[in-house]
Design a protein around this ligand. Structure first.
Ligand code: BGC
Length: 762
């Protein structure tokens, strides 16, 4: 059973190393380090040697050929910060490398239950000296600034010299690839080292970004049980400790404590770095491991999903959830980037991925962290207000399509800024959080303002025409169709946003009159505006095609020619890397779920037949070139009753990074898809929906599985769902009665682990 918690891979092939740098990243939401080898690879091998701090960024200018009004002039990008990974092991002048001498055994693995990554090596040097080594790393989940590496070195057939050379290096650069729009094309040299220090066994290196003027500091200390002498060397970009160990057969234990501090969180990151290090280096590496395990025990208590019947999928699910925990920002200036802290794809930007694909997991399993993610959008509300003005709107907040600090970073507006649906997505996630937790305090303090300000934008960009409210010139989630009128997804989400703005207003008016008055004064929101929200919501135009009996993706989509899939060779996918956008825009072809996703998010807007017909129609013309697609199709296939399809799409999501099915895991893991895996199980196979005042389940266990167990939190209750072949057992622990429907039958459990059993008569 242990291997269900372990990810291992022993390949030393060039083609696998880059991918594994992402897979074996260690991160804690603040700090992330890629799974590079401490001692490096041979010079000629490609590598992305990276360490990242969530929300630590540089501002770079955007070069346009033809710049138009309102285009963002600069953008933010994640910075590959100071490298503290390097440790070289030397024996009598021979330097250890997995690519020299003889490897008697090599194994590397990530332990998701205990929270560390380890390499186990038995190496024979070219001159015949043998070492057994265990190299373990962790990014502490409890002490976010700490990244620690531990070496256990056994001299097998000699008792001579072993020297440990430990380096802090500020001479780092970001990764670029001019031919892949999903990766940065330029700006690789960002950091300049401003200070290198060695003082009382503490190494400290400070580096700064040029434009954003942010500083990052690494403060490092070593502990070695067999230390004979230590010396230090430094130049203008790096500092190194050289530790000579005692002669003899003893096992060498060496720990490197690296503390990262930055100017976005600390007023004086140098001083704070020292203070934090002094405190944390008192813990033994074993203590730190224990803390990791304790933290994870709490996390898995609710988050874990176990399935009986497929080991590889089980491993995939746990990996995806573990990665989400590693990626999630734990303060209100950070969020979850598209690649977490595992790589530089999409330049560390936060997208709608968070709200639609990742927040559901945190909302139902870890609401404290969901709150943090939601707060991030509140923190950046002023930037969104400013952006709304730049876009020509009088009122409201227009959230950026991609960003780090809250300013728009998208330079290609047809597939960027035009995706106004992000406003609806953000409002939706606040409402879902509210419905799932009942946390009125949060809505009062943060949520209402965000929902009001986002709703305002729909009145700005929409208009009434023949009694219907229409929204023109937007792009929906499907980025292979751009700048359209009345994208169904956008309109449905806008309707939800507007409807809830009016509802929250009424709710607050009834319960929190004073607070509402103050808020309305501050943001100058009038009763007339609220009424206008309500009217626009009620009159929202939702495109429907009478012939096909489906929701049309937008006003013109169904009039276009269908893409010639038959004659498109496999190697032309993803289309975005092989065709000019205009070619793609001319056809009915989808990058990812659009209307089908809308039918999941706001399912009560369409009847079952429309949902089914739409699924059948759009599925045939969807490429799934975006990793955000399969999860949505899996959920909806489950709903419609296409069990096999639901399962196939689910498989695609669950091992997407472990098996590198999109071929770009080297740039980082796909966090939205990882949240999608959880959704495909909980919303798909278990059919969970958060309704306005109850939660519903419609369980359908995949035929290959014997059982599925998952847990979630709902309005203070802890709920465990155990799906078996012929029945579903739901156990509930709650102080107050909760409303729950299982296959349309209502229950109101209360107390300590009340068990409800619903036999499957189907
Ligand atoms: C998708 C977007 C997504 C972005 C970041 C793109 O390929 O089309 O929907 O937000 O990737 O994950």
């Amino acid at each position: 059973m242990r291997n269900r918690w372990i990810i291992s891979d022993n390949s030393l092939q060039i083609k696998d190393l880059l991918k594994n740098e992402s897979i074996f990243n260690v991160a804690n939401g603040y700090l992330g380090v890629r799974g590079n080898f401490e001692e490096g690879y041979p010079e000629s091998y490609p590598t992305i040697r990276g360490t990242y701090i969530n929300a630590f960024y540089e501002k770079v200018s955007i070069a346009y050929g033809e710049k138009a009004y309102g285009f963002p002039e600069t953008m933010q990008k994640i910075v590959n910060v100071i490298d503290s990974q390097t440790v070289n092991i030397m024996i009598d002048g021979e330097k250890f490398s997995l690519f020299d001498g003889t490897i008697k055994s090599f194994n590397r693995f990530l332990d998701m239950d205990k929270g560390f990554y380890k390499r186990e090596i038995w190496w024979v040097s070219p001159k015949g000296k043998e070492l057994k080594m265990e190299i373990t790393r962790l990014a502490s989940l409890k002490y976010l600034e700490l990244y620690a590496i531990n070496y256990r070195i056994e001299k097998v057939n000699f008792d001579g010299d072993v020297t440990i050379e430990s380096v802090i290096n500020g001479d780092v650069s970001n990764y670029t690839d001019a031919n892949d729009p999903r990766v940065a094309a330029g700006h690789s040299h960002i950091l300049s080292v401003s200070c290198v220090n060695e003082d009382k066994n503490i190494l400290q290196l400070t580096a700064k970004t040029q434009t954003s003027k942010e500083a990052v500091v690494v403060t490092t200390k070593h502990q070695c049980n067999e230390e004979e002498s230590v010396s230090y060397e430094k130049d203008e970009k790096s500092v190194k400790a050289i530790i000579k160990t005692k002669l003899g057969k003893e096992v060498i234990e060496f720990t490197k404590y690296n503390v990262y501090t930055d100017s976005r969180r600390y007023e004086n990151p140098k001083q704070s770095g020292r203070e934090i290090l002094e405190k944390l280096s008192l813990y033994s590496f074993e203590d730190l491991l224990k803390e990791q395990e304790n933290y994870l025990k709490e996390f898995w208590k609710i988050a874990d999903i176990s399935i009986e019947g497929d080991e590889k999928l089980q491993q995939g699910i746990r990996f995806n959830l573990y990665e989400l925990l590693q990626a999630v920002g734990k303060d209100s200036i950070s969020n979850i980037s598209a690649k977490g802290l595992s790589g530089e794809g999409y330049e560390g930007h936060y997208f709608w991925d968070t709200e639609i694909y990742i927040l559901p997991f945190f909302t139902l399993c870890y609401p404290q962290l969901a709150k943090q993610l939601l707060k991030y959008r509140y923190t950046t509300l002023d930037y969104a207000r400013k952006r709304a003005k730049e876009l020509g709107h009088k009122k409201g907040a227009a959230y950026p399509w991609r960003t780090i600090i809250g300013e728009e970073c998208s330079s290609y507006f047809p597939a960027g800024t035009a995706q106004y649906h992000i406003n609806g997505d953000i409002a939706y996630s606040y409402i879902q959080y509210f419905l799932a937790t009942g946390d009125m305090e949060f809505i009062k303090e943060f949520g209402a303002e965000v929902v009001f300000e986002t709703a305002r934008i729909w009145l700005e960009i929409g208009h009434f025409h023949k009694g219907r409210f229409r929204i023109d010139a937007v792009t929906g989630p499907d980025e292979y169709t751009a700048i359209v009128n009345n994208n169904y997804y956008t309109n449905v989400l806008a309707k939800y946003n507007l409807k809830w703005a009016a509802k929250l207003y009424e709710l607050l008016k009834e319960k929190e009159g004073n607070l509402l008055r103050k808020l309305c004064e501050r943001i100058q929101l009038s009763e007339e505006e609220i009424q206008a929200f309500d009217e626009a919501a009620k009159a929202m135009y939702l495109p429907y095609d009478e012939n096909l009996k489906i929701n049309a993706q937008d006003d013109t989509f169904l009039k276009k020619a269908v893409w010639n899939f038959k004659d498109t060779p496999k190697d032309k996918y993803p289309l975005l890397l092989n065709y000019h956008p205009l070619t793609i825009y001319r056809y009915q072809v989808l990058k990812q779920a659009d209307t089908v996703l809308a039918h999941f998010l706001v399912e009560d807007e369409a009847d079952f037949n429309t949902i089914k017909n739409s699924y059948d129609y759009y599925e045939k013309i969807t490429t799934h070139d975006s990793s955000l697609s399969c999860a949505a199709y899996s959920i909806m296939a489950s709903k419609i009753g296409y069990a096999e399809k639901a399962y196939e799409y689910f498989i695609e999501t669950s091992r997407l990074d472990l098996d590198d099915t999109h071929g770009n895991t080297k740039d980082g893991v796909h966090t939205a898809n990882m949240g999608g895996t959880w959704m495909a199980i909980v919303y798909g196979f278990a059919g969970l929906r958060i309704k306005e005042d109850y939660i519903s389940l419609d369980p359908k266990l995949p035929a290959m599985w014997k059982e599925l167990v998952f847990r979630f939190l709902y309005r203070g209750a802890e709920i465990k769902v155990h799906m078996r072949k012929d029945c579903t057992e739901v156990s509930v622990r709650s102080k107050v009665p909760v409303r729950l429907k299982i296959k349309e039958v209502e229950y109101n459990p209360v107390g300590d682990w009340q068990v409800l059993i619903k036999n499957d008569e189907a």
